[in-house]
Write a protein of this length. Structure first.
Length: 238
């Protein structure tokens, strides 16, 4: 699964809006981009969607998909991820997969290892070059009472690669840069789209244990990517 991610830059002090807009021209200039160390469900996230004419468009979408038919928008908190194996069939996701696909801009994500003490130890997972990338996403528009409108999204997941499977059996789909245009294109056949829902090769995956500060959603600063806290020394008899 994917429950937290980053858009923080390749290293402390190297955050650059212009770099992101160059990498993803579809973001345009109107979408606000902020450095994020701990993106969490229900946050607004930077995405590239498409217009009715199929042209790329920058958007801020709330993470947690609310289908157009939902009676309660709170359903979105349970739909932050869509399984790639069933996204084309599940009622909550199939319309988005067919007609409303998006790029969710990121540069890393977190996964946790549970150890004998029961504590959860976070790892930050990136590409080796630390370059930004796009999760395969789908989106929806929900219209509620009193003209309330929500635009929301979900990250598609797949089986974890060998580098990550020791932490979790799922991982988000990270699209190859050369496949992003096809993912957005409304004319791309379903068979081609399904082939894109594959795990990132393990050789393109880097894991680094980081501070447990990220465990708290209220923390959204560089401390989330700091080295892990040193474990207290075991007591001795002498």
């Amino acid at each position: 699964m994917c429950g937290r991610y980053t858009l923080a830059g390749p290293a402390p002090g190297e955050w650059s809006e212009s770099r992101l807009r160059t990498r993803f021209p579809g973001l345009g200039e109107s979408v606000e981009l902020r450095q994020r160390f701990n993106v969490a469900p229900t946050d607004e996230v930077a995405c590239v969607t498409t217009t009715n004419e199929g042209e790329p468009r920058g958007d801020l979408l709330r993470w947690g998909l609310v289908p157009h038919w939902a009676k309660d928008p709170g359903l979105g908190a349970k739909l932050i991820n869509a399984r790639g194996e069933t996204v084309a069939q599940k009622p909550a996701f199939r319309d988005g997969f067919a007609r409303r696909r998006c790029l969710i801009v990121a540069d890393g994500f977190y996964e946790w290892e549970r150890r004998g003490s029961g504590t959860r130890h976070p790892f930050h997972i990136t590409r080796p070059d630390a370059e930004p990338f796009a999760f395969a996403g789908i989106w929806a528009t929900w219209h509620g009472p009193e003209e309330r409108t929500l635009r929301t999204c979900s990250i598609i997941t797949t089986a974890a690669n060998e580098a990550i499977s020791g932490l979790h059996d799922r991982m988000p789909v990270i699209l190859p840069a050369e496949a992003e245009e096809a993912w957005l294109d409304p004319a791309t056949p379903e068979a081609v789209l399904s082939d894109l829902l594959a795990p990132l090769p393990p050789e393109l995956t880097t894991l680094r244990e980081v501070s447990r500060a990220v465990n708290n959603v209220r923390n959204d600063g560089p401390e989330c990517l700091a080295p892990p806290e040193s474990e207290p020394a075991a007591p001795t008899l002498f």
